[in-house]
Every structure is written in C-alpha cells, then in structure tokens.
Design a protein around this ligand. Structure first.
Ligand SMILES: *[C@@H]1O[C@H](CO)[C@@H](O)[C@H](O)[C@H]1NC(C)=O
Ligand SMILES: *[C@@H]1O[C@H](CO)[C@@H](O)[C@H](O)[C@H]1NC(C)=O
Length: 422
C-alpha cells in the first residue's frame, strides 16, 4: 500500500512538472544515456550539456550574475541569485529598485529565466532598471545547506512551505535590502504558485513584513484549495491529508531530488503509450500553448528537491478547507500551537498591496478559492485572465506570458516607482 501511495505522490509530481513527451526509454537498460543531450534543444539559446546553474544561464545571455548564501534564523543556508544591473543599460550607479522572484513547488530560480532574454520576467525586469533577486526554497538544488544539519539528516527535511515563507522569504528580503546598499526600505515581490503560498504565510504570520513590500504580484495564488480541480489530489487527499499512518510514514522526507533516475521516470511516464499520458496532456503543454524550448530546459532543471511535508501540508488544506498551519496531530499541535487544531493564517493582516493574477482553467488555483482568499485581503487588486484556456503553468511558460503577465506587472511596478519619485 505504501508503494501505491508513493507512486501516487510521484504521479502527482509528474503531473505538475512533466513538460514534454519525448520518445520512451528502456528503464532496464539506460546505462550511458545522456539525459542532458536528450533534453537538449538545438533551437534554444542555452546549452544543457553540461548542466548550467542559474548564474551560468544568466551569464550565457551576457548579464551579470551573482550567487549569495543567505542564512535563515533556523540555520538553513539558501542560495539566492541576483542580476544586479543590466549590461544593456549600464545602470550600476543608478537607483535600482529591488524585486524578489520566488518559484513554485519542485521548481527553482532557473524557472524565471528559461524563457530567454526577450520573454523571461527576470531579464525584462533587469532591463527595466530593477535589481533582480531570484530566490530558492530550502531543500531545492540551490538550498541544500545548513549551519548544523547535513541533508542526509532526517531533521533537515522537517519543514513545509510554512517555514519557507516564515524563515526563507523573510531572510531573503532582509538580505536583499541590506546588500543592495541604496538605503531602500522595501521591495517588489513576484511569486508563482507555492511562491504565493509562502508569501501569504509570511505576511500573515509576521505582519511587520508588510512594511517591506511595495507591491506583491501573486501568479496563480494558492491558499484555500477545496475547489481545486486536480484529480490526483482528490485521489490521495483522503489518505495523506489527515494524520493517517500513510501520512506519518511519508512525513519529513526528501521527495524526488534532482537525479538521472527521476529524469528517466519523467521521460517514460509521459511517453506516447503511458497510462498517465492523459494527465500530462491535460495539465501541460502538448497543447501547443507553451514555449517548448523553455519547457525542455525547465524539465531538465526540475525537480529541484522538496520535503514531503510541502505536499502533505497542501493536501491538508485541500481536505480541511482551511488555509492554516501544518497539522502535526492533536498532541503535538497542543505543544506547538497551544490548541488541538492548527491556527488559520490571519490573512486579513496582509495590508500590503497585493495583486492576484488568476484564471478559469487553473487546475491548482480555482477561481472560487482565489476569490475566497481575496475577500479576506484588505488591499488587493484582481486580475482575471481573459483567455479561458489559461492554466497553472501558463503563468510561467505560455508563449504570450510577456504580453499578458510580464509587461502588465512591470507597468504596475513602474507606476509605483514613478509615484515615489514625483
Ligand atoms: C554552504 O554555505 C556556506 C556558508 O555560506 C558556503 O560557504 C558554502 O559554499 C555552501 N555550500 C553549498 C554546497 O552551497
Ligand atoms: C522560447 O524560449 C527561448 C529560450 O528558452 C527563447 O529564446 C525564445 O525566444 C522563446 N520563444 C518565444 C516565441 O517566446
């Protein structure tokens, strides 16, 4: 049974990140297969072999790139990338407002640049004069580091997205403000999917951070999940969204680190005669809506490593209908929270200007759930996508992401900055 659940979770993962349907490989005989070569796309600007890191990808387009190690209050060391200025503008001396970009679950900083210099938000922002910081969550490829714990230590994986928001995002904001060196007191924030959840968790649990936010752009915001139209969550939720033996068994483990075996699985699961193909098709871009070069690069740089608790916490939300902290079970809840059930996030305390970008065809962030969240936010702006087919992944890799998402976001930030300076 546990194998079954692990398989179900794997499929949940695959459905989220499977991005292409390449030829099938023989799982019994894949010695010597060069995955980097298989994913390579000759039309892409970026070489995949050898595997490039975020800063290499940035430099491949001639932009300056920096890697910073940010230590959180609870000892995790997060890898954060920065594009400090634009080589086109040569604006290193000018005032460059800070913006922080935060990826979704199983993703990494790579996801903000794979669309290339003309379409990726990170490059567009730096060319618009911003100091661009690209975050990583604890546990992913770039954030497998701790002041005391080794990643092999089971305690390393005892976190969900609550801690990513509460500690990692807070630390990145403070670090960027300090390092920028221009006396800025606040930043712009852009998050996709889990990158929105962690923001909402931080801003409600530590409301003093609202003062550090100029604008927040939440793409496909995920908080309440009970209307989510995601078959695998419905299938696994009843088992894993409560304190069952299954959930306990899977708790606090590393889930799918980046490695060749996973890439093989990814290849085969979404291959032409796969049983799961319909999920891959339904959820991802065999529909011609997506930039396949960017999707291929994302496929090879993902999965970036997460704790199973991040999934369990989401499934708890889907089952409970609450947006609340992690459920450890009655006994430990009493110790940790002083109550048998975990506390709801007080989202009404999120006073910063919050823009919600959402769509009808989003299988993770249902319109009803986004609107329920919005009702609690005192200072929000709603941006409903006109395109009825726009889905969760479109916010990252749709052909027209520049027109529908990136350009409007940058305009909102520019307006904010212009108002400051006039
Ligand atoms: C871990 O963090 C330390 C301290 O910031 C840093 O010097 C080191 O390079 C990091 N290691 C990895 C593998 O990122
Ligand atoms: C697709 O992404 C690649 C970079 O990965 C970029 O070079 C190309 O311009 C993009 N194409 C479109 C039409 O967005």
């Amino acid at each position: 049974m546990e194998k079954c659940l692990i398989a179900a979770l794997s499929v949940l993962y695959l459905a989220i990140v499977a991005q292409c349907a390449p030829p099938r490989l023989d799982p019994y005989n894949f010695d010597g297969v060069d995955f980097y070569q298989l994913f390579n796309d000759p039309d892409g600007h970026l070489k995949l072999n050898p595997r490039l890191k975020t800063d290499d990808l940035i430099r491949a387009h001639e932009y300056p790139a920096e890697l910073h190690h940010v230590t959180t209050e609870d000892g995790y060391i997060i890898g954060v990338f920065r594009i400090p200025y634009s080589h086109k503008l040569q604006n290193q001396k000018a005032l460059r407002p800070i913006v922080l970009l935060q990826h979704g679950i199983l993703g990494s900083s790579d996801n903000w640049i794979t669309m290339g210099p003309d379409n990726a938000l990170a490059f567009q922002l730096v060319d618009a004069g911003y100091d661009v910081w690209i975050g990583n969550a604890r546990g992913n490829t770039y954030s497998r580091n701790h002041t005391r714990l080794a990643t092999q230590h089971p305690y390393f994986w005892r976190f969900s997205w609550h801690e990513i928001g509460y500690f990692d995002i807070a630390a990145m904001i403070d670090y960027a403000l300090e390092t920028n060196g221009q006396g800025q007191k606040s930043i712009h924030y852009v998050g996709h999917s889990q990158g929105t959840t962690v923001f909402l968790a931080l801003m409600s649990a530590r409301p003093e951070y609202n003062a550090k936010i100029k604008t927040a752009q939440l793409l496909a915001p995920v908080a309440y999940m009970d209307n989510m139209d995601f078959p695998l969550a419905h299938a696994t939720g009843p088992y894993l969204g409560h304190r069952t033996t299954y959930a306990l068994m899977l708790e606090s483990m590393e889930f799918l680190p980046y490695n060749d075996f996973i890439l093989l699985l990814l290849y085969n699961t979404c291959g032409p005669d796969s049983r799961f193909l319909k999920y891959c098709k339904k959820l991802h871009n065999t529909d011609g809506r997506t930039n396949s070069t960017a999707a291929a690069i994302n496929a090879i740089t993902t999965p970036a490593g997460v704790s199973t608790n991040q999934f369990l916490h989401y499934l708890q939300e889907q089952q409970s209908g609450h947006f609340r902290e992690y459920d450890f079970g009655k006994k430990k809840n009493l110790n940790v929270y002083g109550a048998e059930v975990p506390p709801d996030y007080p989202t009404h305390l999120i006073t910063c200007k919050t823009h919600l970008w959402y769509s009808d065809n989003d299988e993770m962030a249902a319109v009803k759930d986004v609107e329920r969240l919005a009702d609690t936010l005192p200072n929000k702006v709603m941006h409903h996508m006109d395109d009825p087919l726009w889905h969760h992944g479109d916010f990252a890799t749709n052909w027209e992401v520049r027109k529908y998402i990136n350009d409007p976001i940058i305009e909102i930030m520019n307006e904010f900055e212009n108002a400051l300076r006039n």
